[in-house]
Design a protein around this ligand. Structure first.
Ligand SMILES: Nc1ncnc2c1ncn2[C@@H]1O[C@H](COP(=O)(O)OP(=O)(O)OP(=O)(O)O)[C@@H](O)[C@H]1O
Ligand SMILES: [Mg+2]
Length: 523
């Protein structure tokens, strides 16, 4: 016996007391019978609840004891009590039926610990992918997530070091192991994952760059001119991109040469030259990009239609700007070419600026949605780390709309979005309200907790109170991926994800000092 119920103001929330405080997030249960006057029956009920708040007080304040009994002041030890709040998760009716709570727990009901059987009944997961163990793991209840429900997307929120990236690694690895193609947009270049099955060919890491020749002209035009109202400009650009592409393709085919050679050959024919001095400072790939850009601009300049002449200058500016701010390659395949069933594609965007990252992600998101809609790829899972970079309230960038559209429309075509954030308060609620599955790891800032309550409308304030005291790797999991009831889960620690953990400073320093090694490696 752990204590008693004192008061229940609703079926969801009860207040109880114990002689010693119970840890926050502990599962407890209580059993009672109710007279159902409406149906004229007596029903046996057992509830499953979590301790969501606890205090510790003297049952009678010391000052009151002193007042009542001045002679014994200071000697009497008054009994102590721990008042606690219980958040009721589910009700088990007649021993088997699991339902949301409908009755307030009667006062004086005994609070028990929750048995493994009871927890298995509430959290029974027939199939799916293992996430970890219900907390505490000593209860022996395995928790799985249902990958089919990822079409309702997933938000993983937690403070730094609370275990977000580990959770991503666990999910990405295990759903790809059953065949899912997973794309991780890796902002920090931290996803050096070795899959749990040891098959490192299941992780493909590519640098994020755009290849204008391999990108569908319509998408490239949309990336360069994203403004919805600039439809005419975009159409002109699209046509120019298409013409250049077709010309290069024709050249390559007729001469039996590679695309890059075809670009050079046409540039030569057209007399398009880049400054020799400049060319020497460029890599072969960069020089090719310059030539391609020059060909595209030449094509735009050649537009004779008087109506469009004025527009062309603006378009050229946008093309110039695009080539300046975006990492371009003419030789490498676009990242999504490496997308494969059963593999994790890590798109390393760590070398890009924040703005380039936004463009790059936008391209990937748009292309994924397009391909999903045209059924040219199978359902896919996209993981976006550092969400505030792409989804913050203040941000005015097309990537935000792209992610929103992916979340809204993707669900019908099998596009699953996993958004990871350590600052949920800065996320645009309009966009993240599309996410309907949640893993909340430890967060201490009041604003962040309020924000996630805003995003997850069925996250009760009483349940949210346990979030600040969650240890590393323990998450409050909610949404259809887990079933009908929120669960506290000790998420498995992924053995094959190394980077991302804090560097071991003292170890490194003392090692270098003892070996008298230089601080800076000149190499
Ligand atoms: N499920 C877990 N079980 C045990 N330890 C964990 C778990 N998850 C994370 N940790 C510990 O916390 C550390 C940080 O985890 P992780 O890199 O996933 O945090 P993060 O939330 O992504 O942090 P950041 O915001 O800095 O990226 C891990 O190196 C590990 O030591
Ligand atoms: Mg991380």
């Amino acid at each position: 016996m752990l204590g008693f119920i004192v008061e229940s103001r609703s079926p969801r929330v009860s207040y109880g007391v114990s002689t010693v405080p119970l840890p926050l997030g502990e599962y407890v249960s209580a059993s009672y019978t109710v007279d159902d006057r409406v149906r004229g029956v007596t029903i046996q009920r057992r509830v499953l609840a979590v301790v969501s708040n606890a205090g510790f007080v003297h049952a009678i304040p010391q000052s009151v004891i002193k007042y009542l009994n001045p002679n014994q002041a200071g000697q009497a030890s008054a009994p102590k009590l721990s008042p606690m709040t219980l958040y009721v998760i589910a009700e088990i009716v007649e021993g088997t039926r699991v339902e949301p709570p409908r009755y307030p727990i009667p006062p004086d009901t005994v609070i028990d610990s929750a048995s493994g059987n009871l927890l298995s009944l509430v959290y029974s997961a027939p199939g799916g992918v293992r996430l970890g163990m219900l907390s505490p793991s000593s209860l022996g209840v395995e928790i799985k997530i249902n990958p089919d429900k990822l079409v309702k997307h997933l938000l993983i929120a937690g403070a730094t070091g609370s275990g977000k990236s580990n959770t991503v690694a666990v999910i990405a690895d295990r759903i790809s192991a059953i065949g899912a193609p997973v794309v991780v947009f890796d902002v920090h270049g931290e996803y050096d994952i070795i899959p749990e099955d040891g098959d490192s060919s299941r992780v493909v890491k590519v640098q994020a760059k755009i290849n204008p020749m391999r990108m569908p002209p319509r998408i490239l035009a949309l990336i360069i001119i994203p403004e919805p109202q600039a439809r005419r400009q975009r159409r002109i650009l699209y046509k120019a991109i298409k013409d250049v592409k077709e010309e290069v393709d024709r050249e390559a085919q007729s001469k039996g040469i590679k695309l890059e050679q075809a670009i050079e050959s046409i540039a030569e024919k057209r007399g398009v030259k880049i400054d020799e001095l400049e060319e020497r400072s460029l890599s072969y790939d960069e020089a090719l990009a310059e030539k391609y850009k020059a060909l595209l601009i030449r094509k735009l300049e050649g537009i004779s239609d008087a109506k469009d002449k004025t527009r062309v200058e603006t378009i050229i500016d946008k093309v110039e700007e695009f080539f300046e701010i975006t990492p371009i390659t003419m030789l490498e395949d676009p990242p999504l070419n490496y997308l494969e069933l059963g593999k994790i594609l890590v798109v390393d965007a760590s070398t890009l600026t924040d703005d380039q990252r936004r463009w790059m992600l936008k391209i990937i998101v748009d292309e994924l949605l397009l391909k999903l809609k045209s059924k040219s790829i199978k359902p896919v899972v996209l993981v976006v780390e550092e969400a505030p970079l792409f989804l913050s309230i203040e941000l005015n960038h097309p990537v935000k709309q792209s992610l929103q559209r992916f979340a809204r429309e993707g669900r019908k075509f099998g596009g699953c979005l996993i958004v990871v954030s350590q600052r949920p308060r800065s996320l645009d609620v309009n966009v993240v309200s599309q996410l309907q599955n949640f893993i909340f790891l430890r967060m201490v800032q009041e604003e962040d907790i309020r924000a996630v309550m805003n995003i997850a409308d069925n996250l009760d304030e009483n349940l949210a109170r346990i979030i600040p005291s969650l240890p590393d790797g323990r998450g409050l999991v909610m949404g259809e991926i887990i079933g009908r009831f929120p669960a506290l889960v000790d998420i498995d620690l992924h053995k094959g994800k190394k980077a991302g953990a804090a560097p071991k400073l003292t170890e490194t320093w003392s090692e270098y000092k003892s070996k008298k090694m230089p601080v800076f490696d000149i190499e």
